[in-house]
Design a protein around this ligand. Structure first.
Ligand code: ACM
Ligand code: ZN
Length: 683
C-alpha cells in the first residue's frame, strides 16, 4: 500500500516536472506563430470564466458568425453592446490576413481589414485563453501579419484512409496556428479516395484492401478487393462529405487543395481500369499510358468532377516519381512521342503535364505539382512544390514560377521525430522539432523578384507507416507548429523560446484531445554523434575498393576516419552510403598494435537501408597480404522494423601488429538495399 502511494507521488512529481510551467497570466509572447509586433501595456485582462461576450462591427461575415457559433463556451454574442468585453471590427479597408489585437484590463479589441484578419486575431485570443492554467492576458497591443501567403499541411489519405471527422479535427488545430492550406493526397497505389461518378470502379474496387495496414497489404501482394468483400478496409469520401469539408475549412480560412496524382503512382487506376495502362493488364503498371487518348479523357473527366467539388484555384496533379519504364516499350506511347516530336520519356511526361495544365487553365484553374514536373520542360503556368531538396524550387523561382517549399530534410514529418528506439516504426530519417524549426525557405542568393514567387511552405505526412489517427496526430504535433511559425513569423530564430511555447501549445492540444508527441521527454540526437571520437585510425587515409554512392558522400575520403559519428539519419551528411557491398582499407601510417575494430552500420528498412549480412576484418603489414581477423555476423531479426545502429566489433584476441586494416561488408540481399557506414574505429 505504502509503496504504491510512493509510486503515485513519484509519478505526480514527474508529471509536474515534464509539463510546461504555465504562468497564470499569459501574453503575446506565448503565441505560436510568434506575432510580428507586440507592445506591452499596464495591467491584465482576467479571462472570463463564462467566455467572451462579443460584438462584431463593420462588414458582417457569415463564415465568422458560423465559426463563432461553434464555440459557445468561449464566445457569446453580447446581449447589449455595452456589455461586450470583446469587440471585433472588420473595417473592409484593405486586404490581407493582418489584424490588431488590443488587450486592456477592461476590454479586448480585434481590428482587421478582412474577415480572414479578424479570424486570425480571434485565433491568437483563443490560443491564449485556452492555454492550460491561463487566468489572465497581459495588456498589450499586437500588430500581426503573415510572412508568407501559403502555409500548408498535407494529408496522405491514400495509404491510410482518415475519416472526415479526423480531417475536421485537424482543420481546427491548423486554424489555431494560422495555417491556411490543406493538401489532400487523394490518390495513390494504396487506394483511390474520392467519389467519381463517371468511374465507379475507383471507389467500388480501388478504394478497398483486404488488409487495413499498408505494410501488411504490401506484404500480401498489394491487391484491392470489392467494396462488399467482408475483408474490405479503406474507404472514400462522397462528394457531399467533401463539400462539407470544403465549407468547414473555408469557414476557418483554409483552402483544401485536392491532389489527383498523374501520371505515376497510379496503380489503383490501372488496376481498376487496365485499358488506361500501357500493358492493358491490372496490377502491372504504376503509370498511366500517355499514348492512349482514353487516358486524357479519364483525367479530364475526373478533373471536371474535382473542380465541381473544390473551389480551390490550385489543383494538385502530382507528377512525382513516374517510373516511365512501361512507356519505353508501349506502341501507343512510342507513337505519341514520334507524333509530338518528343525525344525521351521525360518529355513524354512533360507533354502530359502541359496538356493537363492547358485543360485546367481552360476551366480557370491552375496546376501545382511536385518538382519532377520540371523534367522535360515545365508547363507555363505551373506552381512547383519542391520536395527533393530545394533545387527544383529554386530553378522554378528563377524562371518566374510560383513555388511552395517542402524539402524532405525539413518538412517531411513522416520521418522519425526522436530516437528511433523509443518511437514507432517510420519510413526512416530523423526530423526532430528543432530541425523543422531551423528551416529558412528564403535561401541566400534569391533576388527580390525570385522571392516574390515564393508562396510559402508545407509539411507533408506520408502515411505508409502511420496506420492510425492517433499516430498521425503524434507525427503532426508539435512539428506542425514549426511550419506555422516559419510561414507566419518574421525569420529570426530563437529555438529555446519556440520550444517553451511548443510545450504550452502541446499542453493545449493535449487537453483538447489530440495525441501529441511528448516533447518534454524528448531523447534527442544519437549520443555518439554529439562529440568526436578519438581512435588509432583517426585522420588516416582510406582506400575504397567500392566507391561510395554519389548521393551519399558524407565528407568524402575522410568520412570514415574523421572521428565524426553519424546521427539518427543517413541523410545527415555524416553517414556514407553504398549501393550494395562495402570494402575499404585503412592505412594506419605505421605498424601499430591493433586490439579492436568496430564499424557501425545503419538499419532503416523503410528506406531500404539494411545492415550487412556480415563484416569481415583482416589486417596486413604490407597492404598486399591480408590475414583474416574475424568475420562478424548480424544477429538482427530480419523483420525488425525500426531504425537502429549496429556496431560490428572484433576484439582482436591476439593483438596484431598491422599497418593496414581491411573492412569488407556483404550487403543485404534485398534488391536495391543500401548500406550506410559512419566510422571505422581502430584501437
Ligand atoms: C513525394 O514525396 N514523392 C512527393
Ligand atoms: Zn503507353
Amino acid at each position: 500500500m505504502k509503496k504504491s502511494h510512493l509510486w503515485a507521488a513519484a509519478a505526480a512529481a514527474l508529471l509536474l516536472c515534464s509539463s510546461p510551467v504555465m504562468a497564470s497570466t499569459v501574453g503575446s509572447s506565448d503565441i505560436i506563430p510568434r506575432p510580428t509586433q507586440s507592445i506591452a501595456s499596464k495591467g491584465e485582462f482576467p479571462i472570463p470564466t463564462g467566455g467572451f461576450s462579443f460584438t462584431v462591427k463593420g462588414d458582417k461575415d457569415e463564415a465568422l458568425s458560423t465559426y463563432l457559433s461553434t464555440l459557445p463556451t468561449m464566445f457569446k454574442t453580447a446581449a447589449k453592446a455595452s456589455q461586450a468585453n470583446l469587440s471585433i471590427q472588420i473595417t473592409g479597408k484593405g486586404e490581407g490576413e493582418n489584424y490588431e489585437l488590443t488587450v486592456t484590463p477592461k476590454h479586448i479589441t480585434i481590428k482587421a481589414p478582412t474577415a480572414a484578419g479578424a479570424f486570425y486575431g480571434i485565433q491568437s485570443l483563443k490560443q491564449l485563453a485556452s492555454l492550460p492554467g491561463a487566468t489572465a492576458i497581459a495588456a498589450c497591443k499586437i500588430t500581426d501579419s503573415p510572412r508568407f501567403p501559403y502555409r500548408g499541411l498535407h494529408f496522405d489519405v491514400s495509404r491510410h484512409f482518415r475519416s472526415p471527422e479526423f480531417i475536421k479535427k485537424q482543420i481546427d488545430a491548423m486554424a489555431l496556428m494560422k495555417l491556411n492550406n490543406l493538401h489532400l493526397h487523394f490518390t495513390d497505389a494504396a487506394g483511390w479516395r474520392m467519389e467519381i461518378d463517371r468511374y465507379p470502379r475507383l471507389t467500388e474496387f480501388a478504394a478497398w484492401r483486404p488488409q487495413a495496414d499498408w505494410q501488411d497489404w504490401v506484404d500480401n501482394g498489394a491487391r484491392y478487393c470489392e467494396r462488399n468483400d467482408v475483408r474490405a478496409a479503406g474507404g472514400f469520401y462522397t462528394k457531399d462529405e467533401l463539400r462539407q469539408l470544403v465549407k468547414y475549412a473555408a469557414d476557418r480560412h483554409i483552402r483544401i487543395i485536392p491532389e489527383i496524382e498523374v501520371p505515376g503512382h497510379s496503380k489503383e487506376v490501372t488496376s481498376a481500369y487496365p485499358e488506361l495502362s500501357c500493358s492493358g493488364q491490372p496490377y502491372t503498371d504504376e503509370d498511366l499510358c500517355i499514348g492512349k487518348e482514353a487516358t486524357f479523357k479519364f483525367i479530364e473527366d475526373v478533373l471536371d468532377e474535382v473542380i465541381d467539388v473544390f473551389p480551390s484555384q490550385y489543383i494538385h496533379i502530382g507528377g512525382d516519381e513516374a517510373s516511365k519504364g512501361g512507356w519505353r516499350n508501349c506502341p501507343d506511347c512510342q507513337a505519341r512521342m514520334k507524333a509530338e516530336g518528343l525525344k525521351d520519356v521525360d518529355e513524354l511526361q512533360s507533354y502530359a503535364i502541359h496538356r493537363v495544365e492547358k485543360y485546367l487553365n481552360s476551366k480557370g484553374r491552375s496546376i501545382i505539382g511536385w518538382d519532377e514536373i520540371l523534367e522535360g520542360g515545365l508547363a507555363p503556368n505551373a506552381t512547383v512544390m519542391s520536395w527533393r531538396g530545394t533545387e527544383g524550387g529554386i530553378t522554378a523561382l528563377k524562371s518566374g514560377h510560383d513555388v511552395v517549399m517542402t524539402p524532405g530534410e525539413f518538412c517531411y514529418i513522416d520521418y522519425t521525430q526522436d530516437a528511433a528506439f523509443k518511437e514507432p516504426v517510420s519510413i526512416g530519417g530523423y526530423t526532430p522539432l528543432s530541425k523543422v524549426y531551423s528551416y529558412e525557405p528564403l535561401e541566400k542568393g534569391l533576388t527580390a523578384e525570385d522571392a516574390s514567387h515564393l508562396l510559402g511552405l508545407q509539411a507533408n505526412l506520408w502515411a505508409e507507416y502511420v496506420p492510425t489517427d492517433q499516430h498521425a496526430e503524434y507525427m503532426y504535433y508539435p512539428r506542425t507548429y514549426a511550419i506555422a511559425e516559419i510561414g507566419w513569423a518574421t525569420p529570426e530564430k530563437d529555438y529555446p523560446d519556440f520550444h517553451r511555447r511548443a510545450l504550452q501549445l502541446n499542453a493545449l492540444l493535449d487537453s483538447a484531445g489530440y495525441n501529441v508527441f511528448d516533447l518534454a521527454n524528448e531523447y534527442g540526437e544519437r549520443r555518439e554523434s554529439l562529440t568526436p571520437v578519438s581512435h588509432l585510425a583517426k585522420g588516416c587515409k582510406v582506400s575504397y575498393a567500392i566507391p561510395w554512392h554519389q548521393k551519399y558522400p558524407a565528407a568524402g575520403e575522410s568520412s570514415l576516419t574523421d572521428g565524426i559519428r553519424g546521427g539518427w539519419t543517413y541523410g545527415d551528411h555524416r553517414w556514407q552510403g553504398f549501393a550494395g557491398d562495402f570494402e575499404a582499407v585503412v592505412d594506419l601510417g605505421d605498424i601499430k598494435p591493433v586490439h579492436s575494430l568496430t564499424t557501425t552500420f545503419m538499419h532503416a528498412p523503410g528506406a531500404w537501408v539494411h545492415l550487412p549480412q556480415m563484416v569481415e576484418y583482416s589486417v596486413s603489414s604490407d597492404g598486399n597480404t591480408f590475414t583474416p581477423v574475424e568475420t562478424v555476423w548480424t544477429d538482427l531479426d530480419p523483420n525488425y522494423g525500426k531504425i537502429m545502429m549496429k556496431p560490428y566489433t572484433s576484439t582482436v584476441s591476439n593483438p596484431s601488429e598491422a599497418r593496414y586494416v581491411k573492412v569488407r561488408a556483404k550487403g543485404h540481399d534485398r534488391p536495391g538495399a543500401w548500406l550506410f557506414v559512419d566510422e571505422i574505429i581502430v584501437n
